[in-house]
Design a protein around this ligand. Structure first.
Ligand SMILES: *[C@@H]1O[C@H](CO)[C@@H](O)[C@H](O)[C@H]1NC(C)=O
Ligand SMILES: *[C@@H]1O[C@H](CO)[C@@H](O)[C@H](O)[C@H]1NC(C)=O
Ligand SMILES: *[C@@H]1O[C@H](CO)[C@@H](O)[C@H](O)[C@H]1NC(C)=O
Ligand SMILES: *[C@@H]1O[C@H](CO)[C@@H](O)[C@H](O)[C@H]1NC(C)=O
Length: 441
């Protein structure tokens, strides 16, 4: 059968690459397919982070870094970073401009990576604490791992990888004491994606498979395009994506920007919202982005639960509560920050999570629905209590809908920057799989 033949071929490919990897991992030609990074989740802070190796081959440092889809660049703590190949960027250099550097920084203690005078400073932002600072731009080799979408392959060096050395204040608030940096995926030249895809000549696209839990296996970041395999499903998921255009917000959403800059975050066009196929009534002008960059829908990996403008949140909760009552689901006292909670015993567990009314985001395109079932709409806050996992963003948020982690988990999300579109799969549980597949590790 065709599909099992494909799997056999992939398996052989994998064995070959693994044995090469053991002999000479760093001196081989560039990868022919994809670069892979893992995704881990911290269940307390509900944040996602990845891991990579930086520095010269003799002294690589393992870096855990928060995944921030909307951030422009990469930064990490260089306090105990020792690497003979590290190079700071001079103030005003071309490298500095390309990395959006706009200030000069200096340092009063012993010179080390992150501490030198007359150096290019780039702005970095911690989205969890909202701490903003200018810090030294550096470059060094980063080691990355290839994949065929099924197994991990060889490791490759990305030389001259641009990042900044974090100041001590900005690292605070990151999950655990092991996350000491941040990787940005925004539409810039210095995002993780741009740097990795341009050095290997890969397609300018990346996919995320964000796990709900990483106790049993890790999630995936694929840079360069498919295939994407999530066993036991044997078919390539990249062939099974719905797609909707990525929309440009004309006004930057970065913490520091110049007048006239567009946002480099990822916005999509939600046309309406339905609960059990019935449209939720609210002022639809909230769904478009005006000339001041206000309104619309963006995707964020640092927001744990989707945040809605009050004028969307309130009718959504109302409609949901009504539809749940029709289904015999018993409402119980709300648990903050959520506005509607239910007795879990009255919403039996299914493959798609608790059996509750469906919420669909109707997206731009012909018949494009981003379907959300119980596993993406409900969260268990205590024994037998499940809550609608959306948060009220108040009456004047800049962006009307910020789609957050819980609603993005367990499906493939492919950001195609060249074609400017978002591809997304059905929830993976429909194929009895998830983003927590351990096969790649
Ligand atoms: C930077 O310049 C200041 C003032 O000249 C000096 O005291 C300091 O040691 C220098 N720092 C480094 C890291 O060279
Ligand atoms: C998750 O992050 C929190 C907050 O930073 C930290 O206290 C906790 O130890 C982390 N959990 C794990 C399992 O690492
Ligand atoms: C919808 O919101 C827009 C912008 O806030 C406002 O100008 C318009 O009057 C509202 N329309 C309705 C029907 O309330
Ligand atoms: C998933 O598993 C369920 C229950 O184990 C089974 O009934 C169903 O057929 C499976 N679906 C697929 C697509 O394999």
């Amino acid at each position: 059968m065709a599909s099992s033949q494909t799997l056999t071929t992939l398996f052989i490919f994998s064995l070959l690459t693994i044995s090469y990897a053991a002999t000479d991992p760093f001196k081989l030609p560039k990868p022919s397919n994809i670069i892979h990074f893992p995704i881990r989740k911290n269940q307390t802070s509900l944040q996602y982070y990845t891991t990579f190796l930086a520095g010269n081959p003799q002294s690589r440092t393992e870096v855990n870094a928060l995944i921030d889809l909307g951030a422009q660049a990469v930064w990490f703590d260089c306090t105990s970073y020792v690497s003979s190949s590290y190079k700071r960027a001079a103030c005003g250099s071309n490298r500095c401009k390309k990395a959006l550097g706009s200030v000069c920084v200096g340092c009063n203690s012993t010179p080390r990576p992150g501490c030198s005078n007359n150096t290019c400073g780039v702005y970095a932002f911690n989205p969890l604490t909202e701490y903003l600072t200018a810090q030294e731009l550096g470059e060094d080799t980063v080691s990355v791992t290839s994949s065929n979408g099924y197994y991990l392959g060889l490791s490759y060096d990305v030389p001259k990888f641009q990042f900044s050395c974090a100041d001590t204040g900005i690292v605070e608030g990151l999950p655990g004491d092991y996350t000491k940096g941040l990787v940005g995926f925004a539409r810039t030249d210095v995002s993780l994606v741009s740097q990795v895809s341009s050095v290997f000549g890969l397609a300018k696209k990346f996919a995320l498979c964000i796990p709900a839990s990483t106790d049993k296996g890790l999630g995936d970041i694929f840079i360069g395009g498919g295939p994407y395999y999530m066993p036991p499903r044997e078919e390539d998921l990249s062939l099974d994506l719905s797609s909707t255009p990525l929309v440009i917000n004309p006004v930057s959403t970065a913490p520091i920007f110049s007048e006239g800059d567009a946002s480099d975050e990822y916005f999509i066009n939600v046309k309406s919202i339905e609960v059990d196929n019935k449209r939720v009534a609210f002022n639809s002008s909230l769904l478009s982005i005006d000339s001041n960059g206000v309104g619309g829908t963006k995707i964020s990996t640092v927001v744990p639960y989707t945040i809605l403008h009050s004028s969307i949140y309130k009718p959504l909760v109302k409609n949901f509560v009504k539809a749940a009552a029709v289904d015999g689901i018993k409402r119980v006292a709300s648990v903050a920050p959520f506005g509607a909670c239910f007795d879990a015993k009255t919403a039996p567990k299914t493959l798609n999570g608790p059996a509750v009314p469906d919420i669909d985001l109707v997206l731009e395109g012909i018949n494009i629905w981003f379907k959300l079932y119980g596993s993406n709409t409900m969260v268990e806050v205590k024994k037998n209590v499940i809550c609608l996992a959306f948060v009220d963003g108040g009456a004047e948020p800049r962006t009307s809908i910020v789609l957050g982690g819980h609603q993005l988990e367990n499906r493939v999300l492919e950001f195609d920057l060249a074609a400017s579109k978002l591809g997304f799969s059905q929830p993976l549980q429909l194929w009895n799989t998830s983003c927590s597949q351990s096969r790649l590790f």
